[in-house]
Design a binder for this molecule. Sequence first.
Ligand code: NAP
Length: 301
Amino acid sequence: MILDGKKIASEIRSELREQIASRVAQGKRAPRLGIVIVGHNPASETYVANKIKACAEVGIEVERVALEADITEEQLLAEVERLNHDEQIDGFIVQLPLPDHITETTILSAIDYRKDVDGLTPANVGRTVQGLPSLVSATPRGIRELLARNGIQTAGKHVVVIGRSNIVGKPIAMLLMQRPYLSLPGMSASSLGDATVTICHSKTRDLAAICRTADIIIVAAGCPKLLTADMVREGVVVIDVGINRVEDPASPRGYRLTGDVDFEHVAPKAAYITPVPGGVGPMTIASLLQNTLQAYNEHTR
Ligand code: NAP
């Protein structure tokens, strides 16, 4: 069965639209998200445009802060500080990547964790690890939601995560191994957790053998066709996070987007599988909207 992220993300947006409309009808102001973009990276500009569109659809106001690529780290830190203290801003993100002369961890660490709707600050990650209320980074939150809304239980299951990045691999592993009572507020996915998780990476020996013992495989490596049919057992659940551009002369753009899974051959063996595009990608933006509403609810309580 295909896990349709586009459809579930659209359901989430409808729910958020209703919740926000009802808060506004009660006389509260609308939620407000800050988006800081530095320089003119075309991919970042597309991501930001998509985020602004999604916010408009559910009734979240956006303040877009566009800064030139030669801004200094101090100037960017000053902007972060301004947003940290702006009472009208419930949450904000700094679109990554940043120019090379700016240290991303310095900037992310400066964001007030209560406004960190990308869930990337060390404070939020630490709180997630300890099971404290936190804002979970968008892609892991989206994956968790995708599993929950399709009734896929993780308790006692062996989950293999391929990839150990701070934005996907590590946090999704952490979320799925948590005790359910430690699961995070504001998430409908509260029944998830209690999995036995194995995290794999480029130095892992015999990835195929490990994957063949998995009930659920989450691939976030950025390698087309990394997961092949001989690496999975019948009935597996496959979540493909990868987004790769592969050359395709038949496409008008000259390329097409593909995940990390050999979808054509793995899908027949899988009980559930996400497509690329249309799987995890749409859930990531929906999670950013959910995080913004979570921050707003805390901020305007
Ligand atoms: P990343 O920071 O580059 O991390 C990739 C991870 O995969 C690393 O831990 C790396 O191992 C591991 N890896 C790479 N090749 C491998 C191999 N052959 N075997 C086993 N492990 C391997 O990437 P990321 O930011 O997590 O993103 C991963 C993919 O997901 C990318 O395609 C990205 O575009 C996509 N993504 C999609 C969304 C979405 O919304 N759908 C969101 C975020 C990212 P080492 O640590 O040993 O190098």
